[in-house]
Design a protein around this ligand. Structure first.
Ligand code: FA5
Ligand code: MG
Length: 417
């Protein structure tokens, strides 16, 4: 027997995920709690807010991007397996072998070859290879991240990719019948802050303008013209140049997507010779929080009818303002301990989430202290517990908190102060 999605613990060497068996190794760090999320498919659940918002976005791309025969150019993939190879998630996207984003402390590895995708970009290369020029991918993604109102270890992304031939791109300026190689510089010009070496400056600029205007129009389509947006320069190994889009949410800037001009090497590798393209990856929860005024990212996982019923509408374009169905007060408990040498903060966050489940609203480090004589370090964390649907008693919280103390002592080798 093996550890299955339903979580029966056993002694075996294998993990079974979505009907396939994987051999565990020293990389394996997927938890039962995380594997249970694979069955949920919130983005495909009728009338779930993540389903409504993805439909709104798809509608935007279907209506506004048509070919000369007036049929839509974008196609949508929403059921690709979240189990991907390290090659798909990182190598195919030119992520350097020693890049920190590959580490076991940031990802959910099934074994050294497989992991739960950390982003929908993991499918870019394969879909381009299959011959597509314009597509959207919707799916659940997994990251060992901090926990707060806008971060959760499982969330949903939508990836968008659009490729252009020379005529398609320069056609945007009304220029047609250009030679195909006009996009690409054969002699490889210089790579600068603004462009890749193979791209003409005009090619890079046109892609940037088309990408940014597409995403700004999408933001106005979702939120209306009053929305405040700003572009921030960014870095991704698979795009250059790259940007992030931020929107104002509750008075603060919230990053909602990353994007950029696709690295030509990826396109060439995928066989899209002579084409250039842009790509973006957006966070569906972040956009839905803004659109429906949902205050906490954990609410998306609620099965409470008080939550789900508010989104039962025929037409995804219907405007909905989420009304909190209860405001139960939180319980706050602190935990502090001396850390051992090989301590990883994300191991601690995972353990807290595993034991406390969705009762854990946030975990934050509020103190770090190096003992001058003993030369050892202590960390202090504040854990906020809150139930979304009913009040929690301090006794109930203490039981969980003590279990956390015991488990981190046993498993992480910390010493409670
Ligand atoms: C990426 O994941 C890139 N793959 C995006 C991309 C695609 C860039 C294509 C270029 C081309 P990033 O790690 O910034 O980038 O995540 C993208 C979005 O996912 C963020 O802007 C945010 O909206 C959302 N996001 C990231 N982490 C979390 C989290 N822990 N919880 C909820 N949403 C998150
Ligand atoms: Mg980012």
């Amino acid at each position: 027997m093996s550890t299955t999605v339903t979580g029966q613990k056993s002694l075996s060497e294998n993990v079974e995920i979505l009907g396939k068996t994987y051999k565990k190794d020293e990389f394996t760090n997927v938890t039962k709690n995380i594997l249970q999320k694979l069955d949920r498919n919130l983005h495909n659940q009728h009338c779930h807010p993540l389903n409504l918002i993805r439909k709104r976005i798809e509608m935007f791309f279907y209506r506004n991007y048509l070919n000369k025969w007036r049929s839509q150019i974008f196609s949508v993939y929403d059921s690709l397996s979240p189990v991907v190879t390290v090659e798909q998630n990182f190598d195919s996207l030119l992520v350097p072998v020693d890049h920190v984003c590959r580490s076991v402390s940031d990802n959910y590895y099934i074994n050294r070859k497989h992991l739960l995708r950390a982003h929908t970009s993991a499918h870019q290369r394969d879909l381009v290879k299959s011959g597509l020029d314009a597509f959207l991918v919707v799916g659940d993604v997994y990251r060992r991240d901090t926990i707060d109102a806008s971060h959760y270890p499982v969330f949903h992304q939508m990836e968008g990719v659009r490729l252009f031939t020379s005529n398609e791109l320069y056609g945007l300026l009304g220029m047609h019948r250009l030679p195909q190689q006009f996009l690409i510089l054969e002699d490889g010009g210089a790579r600068t802050k603004q462009k890749q070496s193979q791209h003409r400056p005009e090619t890079a600029k046109l892609l940037e303008l088309n990408l940014k205007s597409t995403l700004e129009k999408l933001a106005y389509h979702l939120f209306g013209n009053e929305i405040e947006v700003q572009w921030v320069d960014a870095y991704f190994p698979f795009t250059h140049p790259s940007w992030e889009l931020e929107i104002k949410f509750h008075g603060e800037w919230l990053e909602v997507l990353g994007c950029g001009v696709m690295e030509q090497e990826i396109l060439d590798e995928a066989g899209a010779l002579g084409k250039v393209g842009w790509a973006f990856g957006l966070g569906l929860e972040r956009l839905a929080m803004k659109l429906y005024n949902i205050p906490d990212i954990r609410l998306f996982w609620s099965q409470d009818p008080g939550f789900l019923r508010q989104f039962e509408v025929e037409d995804p374009q219907t405007s909905i303002e989420f009304k909190p169905f209860s405001k139960c007060s939180p319980c706050t408990n602190d935990i502090s301990f001396w850390i051992p040498e090989n301590y990883s903060e994300n191991d601690f966050y995972d353990m807290v989430r595993n034991i406390g489940g969705d009762l854990v609203e946030s975990v934050s480090k509020f103190d770090e202290f190096l003992h001058p004589k003993e030369q050892r370090t202590s960390h202090a964390y504040r854990i906020v517990y809150r139930h979304m649907e009913r009040p929690l008693s301090q006794e109930e919280v203490n039981v969980i908190h003590e279990k956390i103390e015991k488990t981190v002592t046993d498993k992480l080798g910390v010493e409670i102060r």
